[in-house]
Design a protein around this ligand. Sequence first.
Ligand code: TPP
Ligand code: MG
Length: 1031
Amino acid sequence: MLNLRTCAAKLRPLTASQTVKTISQHRPAAPRTFQQIRCYSAPVAAEPFLSGTSSNYVEEMYYAWLENPKSVHKSWDIFFRNANAGAAPGTAYQSPPPLSTSLSTLSQAQFLVQAQPNVDKLVEDHLAVQSLIRAYQVRGHHIAKLDPLGISCVNFDDAPVTVSPNVDLAVFKERLRVLTVGGFYGLDESDLDKVFHLPTTTFIGGNESALPLREIIRRLEMAYCQHIGVEFMFINDLEQCQWIRQKFETPGIMQFTNEEKRTLLARLVRSTRFEEFLHRKWSSEKRFGLEGCEVLIPALKTIIDKSSEKGVDYVIMGMPHRGRLNVLANVIRKELEQIFCQFDSKLEAADEGSGDVKYHLGMYHRRINRVTDRNITLSLVANPSHLEAADPVVQGKTKAEQFYSGDTEGKKVMSILLHGDAAFAGQGIVYETFHLSDLPSYTTHGTVHVVVNNQIGFTTDPRMARSSPYPTDVARVVNAPIFHVNADDPEAVVYVCNVAAEWRSTFHKDVVVDLVCYRRNGHNEMDEPMFTQPLMYKQIRKQKPVLQKYAELLISQGVVNQPEYEEEIAKYDKICEEAHARSKDEKILHIKHWLDSPWPGFFTLDGQPRSMTCPSTGLNEEDLTHIGQVASSVPVEDFTIHGGLSRILKTRGEMVKNRTVDWALAEYMAFGSLLKEGIHIRLSGQDVERGTFSHRHHVLHDQNVDKRTCIPMNHLWPNQAPYTVCNSSLSEYGVLGFELGFAMASPNALVLWEAQFGDFHNTAQCIIDQFICPGQAKWVRQNGIVLLLPHGMEGMGPEHSSARPERFLQMCNDDPDVFPKLDDFDVRQLYECNWIVVNCSTPANFFHVLRRQILLPFRKPLIIFTPKSLLRHPEARSSFDDMLPGTHFLRVIPDDGPAAQNPERVKRVLFCTGKVYYDLTRERKARQMEADVAITRVEQLSPFPFDLLQREAQKYPAAELVWCQEEHKNQGYYDYVKPRLRTTINRAKPVWYAGREPAAAPATGNKKTHLTELQRLLDTAFNLDAFKDLA
Ligand SMILES: Cc1ncc(C[n+]2csc(CCOP(=O)(O)OP(=O)(O)O)c2C)c(N)n1
Ligand SMILES: [Mg+2]
């Protein structure tokens, strides 16, 4: 795709002087790239036959002539020579002798002699044929017979035509009306048997370079208007277009051996009989069956076989509900009894979490590919009901697997994404995911997309579901070819799937297979489709199942006979029956059998953490100093950084000398130390390389050399793990999903996604709600992803202020009313929570929590509300002393001033979290209330530090307890903290509130109001009478 971008630059119109320069300087080099440059020195517009539609043909001829003057007709040779020699307008063209004229006569042709009248017609006819070929290539898919029901909802004239050698011109003229504006370009009945020279942009000739028009039309109809509709001419790369043309135009290219046909039939038998079996056994269970698109199974198997043949050994798949069980059974090859026992409503679930319905669970399976005899690992990523949400997750996991196996070009690991037609067109995440497909740090080097296009979404038909002709148009933005195919023609399906897999392995770009099919039943098996689509379903009732049609075809061809076919069916039915019998022995449902990403070696054999302790997250002084020095230097020679950055690095250096860190340096220390221990770190998000607030600077840019960069973090230790820091596309949903997928692949990596401002995470809400928060409970899958969410009320207006802590806290699974009975809160509480939510007030604590994330013996998502103004706050610094061996993350930071020395005298304890602590201490000092008011920082909000806060509350027996926050009362932490604090003190005292009033917006847009609100909350916090009347 980088090609594309450069190509787009090339396509910018040249100025006249540039054109002249280009012509005189060089001839186009092979392989040719498409350039809209007219390289004639004669003013070509004056040539009578050069019009808009003919220019492509002329250009074609011109390039061919440049490469070899003999490859074009003599008349073109003369024309180009004359044109290049500077012939006057209208005189460059010389008529060729009639076709019957011998070559020797041609060679005697004089330049610049008068035109013969019949030659005009000849050239025009050639141009017409060229335009005709192009019309089929560009728009042939519009009239291909794609819809098995023949009631296509696509808004084009659908006029299926049987192609015979006796082309009926009247019929084709009518078809061409659809294909082209200009109709038949002036060709006529009398031209049908004339032989035309074929341009190099077509392969219909096979070994022949010229064909009669009748045969040209027939072959174009065969290539473009049967059961395959190839949509590709929008691709801006000539080589790729040629590759596709060759795959579809070459005569006789779609041949299958009898062996291949029998394999295809056997796969269809499995696909069809699997659904029938489920229907027979559990007729009233929802299974989102595949009936009407049974061909999906051979389609996927073909893609996998071909990819395996090309060297792929790991395929990661994502798919929605439709046909999922069938894919698990017949593509991934999950044991059938494991699938069948999911239908047994009496089976108890093992206590591993809440679990999920059977058509959402993931799977991981390694086996031998029978066709290629090579090892293959297949993983189907678990997904929520939210359609397409798994797309970026699959891509992220694929990228990670490629990264960890050193597969830098995607030759070994690939992804396949399945889609429904309505979801593919409707969900914006599809677009976001496509836009990651060619970004250096996000590409998976080509994904094969397969759309189960059953021409309906639940009860809505395409006329109401999308504004584009096809559900696949979104793929055009990344120049992915789209192969539409009639799903009732299994051979056509298998053919395009082979081409799609080859495309991926050749160009490493995305490709789409659009299986145009139907849905035999309702949305699920319990649904009545006739309520809303009566005519469509009348047609569907009449539709012969694809297995039956294909079996009849093969029997008629003598490829199989009836008994063999019946035996194949009986064989598979028996497999199902036996598995069903075995499934009855299953007593307990284990969701862990449905894990899509096992982490070998990380857990014990029965899936438990190897310990329940966490070592100190401190670091020795030497390492702190070393990392600090690298962080404040440019570790490569001859590299000029920006003057402003030099100053920043100098300040860093001074901090290191003074044994202190600010936020950015604390992050550096955490990352750098983990890299030393072999932990890969990946930080992704918008503008993360520099940091939105210009504090990070993890990528240095040479001020003199374009694109020369340096990442000092990768110059820390001799055998360190790699550090990836990458600015992402402007997407939250897509990129967070991607990073979540990346973090799934290995527990030995710290994967962080940073929101530009915390509030933007809400466009990724689905990833948070559906995957991060409940992922382990639903799918027994742990994930250690870290979300960095800049948060804080700093007078910047309603946007950019709040990362919405209330939402994360509301989704925590700890009980507000129960004091946990645990001996070890430090680790055990973390093990039992669904995610960890922290708001650190010191750089050292930020450092510790990042390191703890990896040093814990299990993985939990970590949500960190990160500061903005504290990044540069002179007091928000930590000493090395707080980061040395033996130190650790502080869940609560107690007051250590005069209040703590005489706790009995303390009148009030202010509990708070995050940045407001600095406002509170400043105000307390100004009011000289250090002995009266204690300030306790809650650094880990969830799981709630019941134990430590109980200690804090008990320390100050006479004090009032107040929760103070800068966020509005209905936001922030109050609703979460209050009941838990009350539980902590056994409800012995009230917990008061000092903070902003409830509000609809997160913050005011007026700076002055902001400051007034802040002052008001500080006044309440330190007014010891504030709650007197309420008590
Ligand atoms: C994001 C999202 N919105 C709505 C739904 C509810 N829903 C489930 S299936 C479905 C129709 C999907 O149609 P299509 O993508 O064509 O797949 P099909 O069921 O036809 O295979 C809808 C609307 C959902 N699951 N996810
Ligand atoms: Mg559909």
